[in-house]
Write a protein that binds this ligand. Structure first.
Ligand SMILES: [Zn+2]
Length: 387
């Protein structure tokens, strides 16, 4: 039964990635026998995960029935929690946001306060019985299998807190906890159709989300892509203390928090990363100089990623990315200097065009992949068998 349902999950993936298909299409693509295909299509139809989508002309003139993935079958709830507030969305099973809302709250107010507000928002977006999965994105390192953040630099009070447990008693499906940049990388990959990419978030901190062959790369514990705390771009002989406690991390040269501090020390009235971008837009010479140097430092870290992973796209987002070419030119300069030509032949380094819903969309896609994976899908098909 489990094995058969597993194959049924593979079949569902086909509809999710290719759209409407006829019975013959499915037989041709999978190489399965007609009777096996009939059996699995029937199971998916009973669960209302696929539906008849009208007929298509077949070569013999007789129309053959098309089946399509029923993205409206259930909902997923997602929370993209940032340093200064969060965005929530209720999405369909294709990851499309149906409704969303945003609230301001500092993440260091602690998990009880922030997640309490998230739950209130979730309640206004969907009833628990129509939700199949929940995904929460946070701006810190996530131990993925344990659903917890570990030693997060800006998330005071969250260290080791079981985020999934805050929701798992209310919703029947899986609760996924994910790093915010990983979620963005997944959205960027699916929406651009590019299976190999690096998403860089350049804001108060610096992080990277990695997608290879369409799969998110988390590493052994979930720490993959944390380039902000490598020593790339280290140029100053004077040691610089990072907010993580180590010396000379990339963030001490190029993160929003470090640039704010440096410009403030130079007498500029800056409090947050958006103020740095505003100074650059005004042509402030010191701000332009520091952001250019930050670009070169970030470029060294990106060059390392490009050499190791050979992505097709490097997509930049975050408030520091609003500095535009002043930042990008330094990144491109170092990447092209420090990598082999084959790695950069078709490489594009660009500013992400995804809007404010990129995080919740990526989270929804991760949650849906989780709940429609063969194991959980078997449970769902079992749970729906009698209804
Ligand atoms: Zn550090």
């Amino acid at each position: 039964m489990a094995q058969a349902a597993g194959h049924t999950g593979d079949l569902l993936d086909l509809f999710r990635s290719e759209g409407a298909l006829s019975r013959i299409d499915v037989i041709e693509r999978t190489g399965l026998s007609r009777s096996t295909v009939n059996q699995r299509l029937a199971a998916l139809e009973r669960a209302d995960l696929i539906r008849e989508a009208g007929g298509a002309e077949s070569s013999g003139g007789r129309p053959s029935t098309l089946f399509d993935f029923n993205a409206g079958r259930a909902k997923v709830l997602t929370a993209d929690i940032g340093a200064m507030g969060f965005t929530l969305a209720v999405c369909d099973l294709a990851g499309r946001p149906l409704d969303h809302l945003s609230r301001d709250v500092e993440v260091w107010s602690g998990p009880e306060t922030v997640l309490g507000m998230v739950q209130e928002g979730f309640d206004s977006l969907a009833r628990p019985d129509e939700v199949w999965a929940v995904a929460v994105g946070v701006p810190g390192p996530v131990e993925f299998d344990a659903h917890r953040v570990v030693n997060p630099p800006i998330m005071t009070g969250w260290d080791g807190y079981d985020i999934a447990a805050a929701f798992s008693s209310r919703y029947r499906g899986p609760v996924v906890v994910e790093n915010d940049v990983n979620a963005r990388a997944v959205a960027e990959s699916r929406l651009t159709g590019q299976p190999n990419l690096v998403a860089l978030k350049l804001g108060t901190g610096i992080g990277a989300g990695l997608v290879l062959n369409g799969q998110i790369i988390r590493g052994d514990k979930g720490a993959a892509g944390d380039i902000g705390h490598t020593r790339a771009g280290h140029t100053d002989p004077e040691p610089r203390t990072c907010r993580c406690g180590n010396l000379d991390c990339l963030e001490t040269y190029a993160a929003g928090w470090a640039l704010v501090k440096q410009l403030s020390d130079l007498g500029r009235d800056v409090r947050r990363t958006s103020d740095v971008a505003a100074l650059v837009a005004q042509g402030d010479m010191e701000a332009v100089r520091l952001v250019r140097a930050a670009g070169r430092s970030i470029g060294e870290a990106v060059a390392g990623l490009v050499s190791i992973l050979n992505p097709r796209l490097v997509a930049l987002s975050g408030q520091l990315a609003e500095c535009g070419e002043v930042l990008m030119s330094g990144i491109r300069e170092r990447v092209y200097q420090q990598t082999l030509p084959l790695a950069t032949r078709d490489l594009q380094i660009f500013r992400s065009e995804l809007g404010e819903l990129a995080g919740v969309t990526g989270l929804a896609l991760i949650a849906i992949d989780t709940v429609l994976a063969p194991g959980p899908l078997t449970e769902l098909l079992g749970a729906n068998a009698g209804t």
